[in-house]
Write a protein that binds this ligand. Structure first.
Ligand code: HMH
Length: 200
């Protein structure tokens, strides 16, 4: 079964993770900048944790999956520098503590770190695929958020995700029931958006 089918088997979770009040607010400009900033700081933590997970997956993955993983790891290093730059411009405290939803996602990444590479790669693909879809739902975004929406919906990001999908499909030659794992990813994504609007 191609990994893309996992998502069409989970329409409710997919929708909840890609259509959210936070993203509506980004699109129509009703999201308060403070909520966006709160989310940005937490997402920087998430990306740092994702780099940890991805670098370790790179080391243990079969050779055929390594090119896409190494390219993505390099992109995450650039992304962290970009977050630092945004934090400096917006006067944010990048070392603010992790919120519970961020810490819970970190725990999930820790579990994925002990999951066999084919399943771990599929989960990583789902993490990136859902994020692209979520930001695409907010496009083009209100003027103050449009540069962020553009940053997370580039053709380059979409092509990277497609490459990872192909790698996951190759590794998962045998049918594996991964709905439960992908559901966990989608739930973690919903909790992450919920966190960002939590104080509103
Ligand atoms: C919460 N999910 C979340 N943040 C991200 N930056 C991504 C996925 C994609 O890297």
């Amino acid at each position: 079964m191609p990994v893309a089918e996992l998502l069409s088997r989970l329409p409710g979770h997919w929708r909840a993770a890609t259509r959210h009040r936070f993203l509506d607010g980004v699109r129509d400009g009703t999201l308060p900048p403070a909520a966006f900033d709160r989310w940005l700081v937490q997402d920087a933590h998430f990306v740092a944790d994702l780099l940890w997970f991805q670098a370790r997956l790179l080391a243990r993955a079969p050779r055929e999956a390594q090119p896409v993983l190494v390219a993505g790891a390099a992109a995450l290093v650039d992304e962290l520098a970009w977050f630092d730059d945004q934090a400096a411009r917006r006067g944010l405290l990048a070392d603010a503590p992790r919120q519970p939803a961020t810490a819970a996602y970190t725990t999930l990444l820790g579990r994925l770190d002990t999951t066999e590479p084919p399943a771990a790669l599929t989960a990583l693909w789902a993490i990136e695929r859902v994020y692209l879809e979520a930001w695409s739902s907010a496009a083009p975004g209100a003027p103050e958020y449009a540069p962020f929406v553009a940053h997370w919906t580039t053709p380059k990001f979409a092509a990277y995700i497609k490459d990872m999908e192909r790698a996951a499909d190759r590794l998962l030659a045998e049918a594996e029931p991964l709905e439960a794992l992908v559901t966990e990813v989608l739930r973690a994504e919903v909790a992450f958006w919920d966190m960002a609007v939590g104080g509103l």
